[in-house]
Ligand binder design. Structure first.
Ligand code: SF4
Ligand code: SF4
Length: 200
């Protein structure tokens, strides 16, 4: 999801176990969650037994409309709609905002000890669209920069190997072909393509 725990796949997860607790308990992410999947798709996933979808729908309830969500956390609604407008794989019609009935007026989780994994893991990486002012903003920035740095280094290695190859087929050590190297760099970039890794 954008700002909850519906993770697109595990490859998109950062090391949330070692992530510091930077939450200042504003409760905004509990009051304005969104997912990468339309609501109907989430329901199908839950009916098919997908645990993440079941856990998400066990706590989050859909707002009747985007306007209703805008009344709860307007800055988050605007942010998410802006992100969706910039992506070519989603449309506004696919976006549903959710609220959790377990968050108190002052932003505290009333079922903290048994909150689902999606809540424990959020934000699961630097690209989860947490509400503006979230305590994880700095952590997310560093996560994004770390991923970009890794991909850039891999691209540099590929560039150097292609230039140093003596036959245009193998890397200089001849331990792998350039084709294998390119495939391995592409594989590393793949989870982040939707965030622009081909341009990093
Ligand atoms: S938006 Fe960020 S700071 Fe606010 S409750 Fe959620 S995780 Fe905590
Ligand atoms: S279960 Fe708790 S942490 Fe999860 S969305 Fe609801 S209030 Fe927030």
């Amino acid at each position: 999801m954008f700002n909850s725990p519906m993770t697109p796949n595990n490859a998109d997860m950062d090391q949330t176990d070692s992530r510091p607790d930077l939450c200042h308990k504003c409760g905004k992410c509990c009051k304005s969650a969104t997912t990468f999947h339309p609501y109907r798709k989430l329901q199908e996933m839950a009916e098919a037994g997908e645990e993440e979808a079941i856990a998400f729908l066990s706590v989050f309830k859909p707002f009747a409309s985007i306007e209703e969500a805008r009344k709860a956390v307007p800055e988050q609604v605007e942010q998410v709609l802006k992100v969706v407008a910039e992506r070519n794989d989603m449309s506004v019609e696919d976006v549903t905002f959710y609220y959790c009935p377990y968050v108190t007026e002052d932003g505290i989780c009333s079922i903290y000890e048994r909150r689902p994994r999606c809540c424990r893991d959020a934000p699961y990486n630097g690209w989860a669209a947490m509400p503006p002012g979230c305590g994880y903003e700095g952590w997310q920035f560093r996560q994004r920069e770390a991923h970009k740095s890794t991909i850039r280094k891999l691209k540099e290695v590929q560039f150097q190997m292609e230039n140093l190859s003596d036959d245009g087929i193998h890397v200089p050590s001849r331990k792998m072909t350039l084709e294998q190297l390119r495939a391995s760099v592409s594989e590393a970039m793949e989870p982040w393509l939707k965030f622009g890794s081909s341009q990093w």
